[in-house]
Design a protein around this ligand. Structure first.
Ligand SMILES: [Zn+2]
Length: 235
């Protein structure tokens, strides 16, 4: 019998021999990272996530626990971890400079354009060119399951998002469905210079599909999906 799948990988990212990455399924925990043959040698970097726009560039392992929502590194052996339960995990990679990033994109970080901060770090610290970056969007709550109030739409409007492209009216008076993936995709392609063909989206919904954790469905504060990316030590 085959072992059950523990995390989802993206074929296009699997083609890089120097890279590890994955979007964890329910039951795959931080402890599981230590038991996985390929991942066990990595040092996981796990933040206290704040729904902010704070992104850290790491050239060494952090000395204390970081508080923020994005990590960027060129250093082999570090495993950048993002925990989610409905929010969108985004992994970025630059093949030319062997740089990677992991970003936690809930609605708050999204309207604050955390991906702009991550791409800026990649440019300044790693020499990345946005048009060469690859982005992989992991499982998140899909638009038709993600009803929000007018105050959320207002935040996106003020931040300059074209709300007509990412919100639609729900059946409930004055409420809207939010497309978190599309908001981040538009930000990357229209403002940040990534090519549409370099954005890979996984079409899973954490809310409808039981192999994922969903905060909206389960109301569990402890259960989080573990998403990760890292550069192998090939020497
Ligand atoms: Zn759904």
């Amino acid at each position: 019998m085959n072992e059950p799948e523990k995390y989802i990988s993206v074929p296009r990212l699997k083609s890089f021999p120097w890279l590890v990455h994955g979007f964890g399924l329910a039951g795959f925990t931080l402890d599981s990272l230590k038991k996985d043959g390929e991942l066990a040698s990595f040092l996981p970097v796990v933040m206290k996530q704040l729904h902010s726009r704070r992104v850290f560039f790491l050239d060494d392992p952090p000395r204390k626990k970081l508080a923020g929502d994005g990590l960027v590194t060129t250093r082999p052996g570090l495993l950048l971890v993002i925990k989610t339960a409905d929010c969108l995990p985004v992994l970025l990679l630059d093949e030319d400079h062997r740089a990677v990033a992991a970003v936690h994109c809930g609605w708050r970080s999204t309207y604050q354009k955390i991906l702009a901060v991550a791409v800026d770090r990649l440019r300044r610290q790693c020499g990345s060119r946005p048009e060469k970056l690859l982005a992989a969007f992991g499982p998140c709550i899909e638009k038709s399951c993600y009803e929000v109030g007018p105050e959320v739409r207002e935040k996106f409007a003020v931040a300059g998002f074209e709300t007509g492209l990412i919100f639609s009216a729900s059946a409930s008076e004055g409420r809207f469905y939010l497309d978190l993936r599309e908001a981040n995709r538009l930000l990357l392609t229209r403002e940040l210079g990534l090519k549409p063909e370099n954005i890979i989206q996984l079409d899973y919904c954490t809310f409808c599909q039981p192999q994922f954790y969903s905060y909206r469905r389960d109301r569990q504060k402890e259960q989080r999906l573990i998403n990760f990316i890292g550069i192998k030590n090939l020497s």
